[in-house]
Design a protein around this ligand. Sequence first.
Ligand code: NAX
Length: 328
Amino acid sequence: TRTPVTVTVTGAAGQIGYALLFRIASGALLGPDVPVKLRLLEIPQAVKAAEGTAMELDDCAFPLLSGVEIFDDAKKAFAGTNVALLVGARPRTKGMERGDLLEANGGIFKPQGEAINAGAADDVKILVVGNPANTNALIAQQHAPDVPAERFTAMTRLDHNRAIAQVAKKAGVAVTDIKKLTIWGNHSATQYPDLFHAEIAGKNAAETVNDRDWLENDFIPTVAKRGAAIIEARGASSAASAASAAIDHVHTWVNGTADGDWTSMAVVSDGSYGVPEGLISSFPVTTKDGKWEIVQGLEIDEFSRGRIDASVAELSEERDAVRKLGLV
Ligand code: NAX
């Protein structure tokens, strides 16, 4: 039997955590033959709730789950971890300026980056889900100098999956017919879901849909504002779909993208497509053997250029703001 893979989940008692942990324990994250050990990190006030979730995990008698441990100390929670899912974050509350939000999250992601640096396994892979995800990932990465920068990623897979669902519906095809979709930039309302390089059943998606008005005025804003629409309808933010996307992100990273397809991940820029080096921005990526690569050579027209630049400009502003706060 294989040795268990250690997976640390922060914000484990939150609503995404509740949807995520059971899928990890069932084998959806790493595969049906990989045992997992779960380590949950919470703030002290939420440890009791995390214990309740752990009781329920026990009660599932998952064959692949080899243990659950709960911590309120980041150093302990990340010791020896192979996969770190950073879900817990400080939400924006009423009257909070963006600077306050970035500062509050810096207080979470800086020590978590340090703890990963100090004790995570050599092969650690990190996914940041907690918002503002790209910049939180940047803060953690900057405080983990001994961990290769490419191990720090942020989640735009939910946006990617949302975009696939919207195009499939519009074209009247199955979601599996949609390939090569890209989310560019920041996980925020400025993100750019790109249909110009996407395919529907092997043909160019933008040409197949052939409805520029829909693409610009319906598709893009629907995907970008889907989070707000879910809150409006459900009275709570996306949770099961976010957890599902986190599962997809890590599963694809570990197990590889299919031939003829790619996925969207926010990863550290090497300057590709004019995205300033070092920013953690969403790109089209392929994965193989646990490593990702940015898809090269796509032609970017003027419309896409403008959209990508606008979202990347927001990421640069966020980086400047956390620099001013001394967080990176
Ligand atoms: P909840 O408020 O339900 O849960 C967050 C949990 O994090 C709480 O239990 C809290 O105690 C814990 N927490 C806070 N600080 C912590 C720390 N320092 N260490 C460990 N745990 C800590 O939020 P939930 O709905 O689960 O969402 C979690 C995060 O995901 C939010 O930041 C949210 O904005 C973000 N999202 C990101 C998405 C993405 O696509 N990247 C989509 C979904 C979601 O909105």
